[in-house]
Design a protein around this ligand. Structure first.
Ligand SMILES: Nc1nc2c(c(=O)[nH]1)N[C@H]1C(S)=C(S)[C@@H](COP(=O)(O)O)O[C@H]1N2
Ligand SMILES: [Mo]
Length: 254
């Protein structure tokens, strides 16, 4: 372990602040945080130089925490007129269009695990028989594009109640038919515009948009909206995500 000098501490803190994305947040942190304050907030001791990464990760957790506190569970994301729908709606994944996953809808079962009372798997037919809701909302991808689309499906809050999920748990996680995975805060899971989308533009989701089911959350950035969902789990243990583990902000609100 290396003991750090007061000078290094300043540098670590400066570096951490510089790498927080939003200028407004940066300014807030600059005014209000010291390295000691950061350690206290994050429960992280910053005693050696390797701690820069730890500090940044902690900063990111702090950021998640702040975003979660600012999230208003009743505030709705903007909705749009049908005439504003983007055509064609873009495709994106961590692979190219030539590798789009084709899931067999007949054989597919949605698996449930963790803090859920009734963990029996669901067929696509059973999900289609639940109440449906549709939305025309904007999807924002951090790669620099956004697009308006129309998704329809089961309000996730309805589904979580139906299966007896522990609604006081912290996280809901998703595993996908490709190697994608993500997890979200329970407040967003229960948000009125969070749906298990089964359709796009009035038709069953096509493979490129995540057949048979994707989680659609207009209150979160594109990478937080998992396509080809295969399994859902409810947990109090933080479980990250595909891009989140590579440095994207976990809360990912838009
Ligand atoms: N299973 C899976 N879900 C995913 C991804 C992925 O690679 N695999 N990419 C995410 C990202 S970064 C974006 S922007 C959106 C793209 O969704 P779209 O193809 O419907 O536009 O899917 C998200 N969900
Ligand atoms: Mo994205």
């Amino acid at each position: 372990m290396k003991i750090i000098l007061p000078n290094d501490r300043d540098l670590i803190l400066k570096d951490a602040i510089a790498r927080v994305a939003q200028p407004s947040r940066r300014a807030f942190l600059q005014r209000s945080l010291t390295l000691g304050g950061l350690s206290m907030l994050t429960g992280c001791s910053l005693t050696d130089s390797e701690s820069v990464e730890t500090a940044l990760a902690a900063m990111s957790r702090f950021n998640d925490c702040a975003q979660a506190l600012l999230f208003d569970p009743t505030r709705l994301a903007p909705t749009y007129a049908a005439s504003m729908i983007t055509w064609p709606f873009p495709f994106n994944a961590y692979y190219g269009e030539d590798e789009i996953r084709v899931v067999d809808g007949e054989a597919w079962r949605l698996e449930l695990s963790g803090l859920i009372a009734d963990r029996k798997p669901w067929t696509l037919q059973q999900l289609r028989a639940l109440p449906q809701q549709s939305q025309i909302t904007r999807h924002i991808c951090v790669e620099g594009w956004s697009a308006i689309g129309q998704w329809g499906g089961v309000p996730f809050a309805h589904f979580l109640r139906r299966v007896g999920a522990d609604l006081s748990a912290k996280y809901v996680g998703f595993k996908c038919a490709d190697d994608y995975f993500t997890s979200i805060d329970m407040a967003t899971a229960l948000h009125p515009q969070t749906i298990m989308a089964l359709s796009y533009d009035g038709q069953p989701l096509s493979p490129k948009y995540g057949f048979p089911m994707k989680l659609r959350m207009p209150t979160k950035l594109g990478y937080k909206n998992p396509k080809h969902v295969q399994a859902i789990f409810v947990t109090n243990t933080y479980s990250g995500g595909y891009w989140e583990d590579q440095g994207y902000n976990w809360f990912g609100g838009s």
